[in-house]
Ligand binder design. Structure first.
Ligand code: SF4
Length: 198
């Protein structure tokens, strides 16, 4: 079971395979692993203690960021991840990031963004599309109003952590890439165009 894996300069943490979306471009459709990890499919979800033990086996000074990401939506494991973040903060200065689809408030049925304060340096949210219709078609979210909820999550978490990034993949085309850039400027968050497949 791969819980942590290195990719580039970062150490990634794989906590769940659950996800409430079915994105056209999901990396999970193209292969089983990323970086040094042969397979990120989990036979079962690791406990918070197992996640922390796996991180402790690593030399965190060798990495730029600790990133909760993996093959699923990490906010399904939010409370376990928060516990792990607290253990990391007690023993390391490493920057902590979460890569999320921004549906944490939908998944938990309440505003969980205050819990990010002090735990995360960066939250990177998949914007994925310039409007709800495109988002619903491209990502097939299981919750209604997921697009609006994702933008609301971005607005709220921006008040809690130093850095918020909204991202798209470059295969959506130049016009939509520019429309998404405007959305980020209006929200006052960073914008990142990711190369598809990374
Ligand atoms: S939100 Fe992420 S993990 Fe879920 S289907 Fe989309 S790309 Fe895949």
């Amino acid at each position: 079971m791969t819980i942590t894996y290195s990719y580039g300069q970062n150490l990634y943490v794989n906590t769940t395979n659950r996800c409430d979306m079915h994105c056209d471009f999901c990396l999970r459709q193209n292969g089983d692993g990323v970086g040094e990890a042969d397979s990120l499919w989990l036979a079962r979800e690791p406990s918070k203690e197992e996640i922390w033990a796996d991180i402790q086996r690593r030399d965190l000074t060798a990495f730029r960021e600790l990133v909760f990401c993996g093959y699923g939506e990490p906010t399904y494991r939010l409370h376990d991840i928060l516990w792990v973040c607290d253990r990391v903060r007690e023993s390391s200065d490493i920057a902590i990031r979460m890569d999320t689809n921004g549906h944490g408030n939908l998944i938990w049925g309440e505003d969980v963004t205050p819990l990010f304060a002090g735990r995360f340096d960066t939250v990177s949210i998949s914007l994925n599309a310039r409007d709800k219709e495109t988002y619903d078609r491209r990502c097939a979210p299981e919750y209604e109003n997921s697009y609006e909820a994702m933008l609301d999550f971005a607005r709220r978490v921006k008040e809690q952590v130093p850095r918020v990034i909204l991202s798209v993949v470059d295969c959506i085309g130049p016009e939509e890439i520019e429309d998404c850039r405007r959305i980020c400027a209006e929200l006052g968050v960073e914008y990142r165009v990711r190369v598809y497949g990374t």
